[in-house]
Design a protein around this ligand. Structure first.
Ligand code: NDP
Length: 240
């Protein structure tokens, strides 16, 4: 295992759920963290709680210029960027026939363009320094299509493919896909279809807590530079 105390790590979607748990897990490793999301009040509270190695900035991942400014601010603060964790995501599930086209667009904007904007913000740095690590949070929904989740799973299949493509193009940059199973977070709280919202409540009866995903992310980061953990799938068992 390699220590993370000299690493500068960017984390998106850090204001709740898996992102927040990852901030807590990595803060304990001594890494320098630059954390983003739209709800600055939550980021500020987290940074205040966890100490001086954590800086925050409001970030909308759908805005490419904002993401580049976010990465620039991290480099200005800490001197370099070593890792990007593209974690931000949304999941307003519905059947296709409901034609919730605005929700489809939002999933594509956040879950796909958000990841691409993050890659664009860090890749020139990683290429120049012949080193870097992109961790993209996908889902078990990157491997199978679940009812009412055609568009969401489509975005996660895309995250899987984009990450694999990045791996193939750069053998000095590490890439990790983290594919969580059902995890108890705020994801899906914005589902507008009452039947789908009720189904999600049922699925959540057996769910992981977000710290389980945070530990998987830490495991991938702590490998030596010559070891690239390309995907970790984490599912709950009946013990939950
Ligand atoms: P949460 O809803 O708790 O967290 C989602 C995070 O994404 C929030 O911090 C939110 O912050 C952020 N976010 C949403 N839109 C934007 C945006 N436009 N710009 C910046 N940040 C944004 O859900 P999870 O923690 O569960 O989700 C984290 C990731 O895990 C997602 O990619 C999700 O798809 C994936 N995942 C989750 C599973 C689960 O069962 N929970 C299962 C499989 C995958 P804010 O609103 O402040 O901007």
């Amino acid at each position: 295992m390699t220590g993370l105390s000299d690493k500068v790590i960017l984390i998106t979607g850090a204001s709740s759920g898996i992102g927040e748990a990852t901030v807590r897990e990595l803060a304990a490793s001594g890494a320098k963290l630059f954390i983003g999301a739209r709800r600055g009040d939550r980021l500020q509270a987290l940074a205040n709680e966890l100490g001086a190695n954590i800086c925050w900035r409001e970030l909308d991942v759908t805005d490419a210029a904002d993401f580049t400014a976010f990465a620039d601010a991290a480099e200005a603060k800490f001197g370099r960027v070593d890792v990007l964790i593209n974690n931000a995501g949304v999941m307003p599930l519905s059947p296709l026939a409901a034609l919730k086209t605005d929700e489809w667009k939002r999933m594509i904007d956040v879950n796909i363009h958000g990841v691409l904007n993050g890659i664009a913000a860090v890749l020139p740095r990683f290429v120049a320094q012949h080193n870097g690590h992109v961790v993209n949070v996908a889902s078990v929904g990157a491997h199978l299509v679940l009812p009412t989740a055609a568009v969401y799973c489509g975005t996660k299949y895309a995250v899987w493919a984009i990450t694999e493509g990045l791996r193939q193009e750069h053998d000095d940059i590490r890439t990790t896909i983290i594919s969580p199973g059902v995890t108890a977070t705020e994801l899906g709280d914005d589902i507008t279809d009452p039947q789908v919202a009720a189904a999600l409540k049922d699925w959540r009866q057996k769910s992981l807590t977000p710290d389980a995903i945070a530990r998987a992310i830490r495991y991938a980061l702590e490998q030596p530079d010559g070891v690239d953990v390309n995907e970790v799938i984490v599912r709950p068992t009946a013990a939950n």
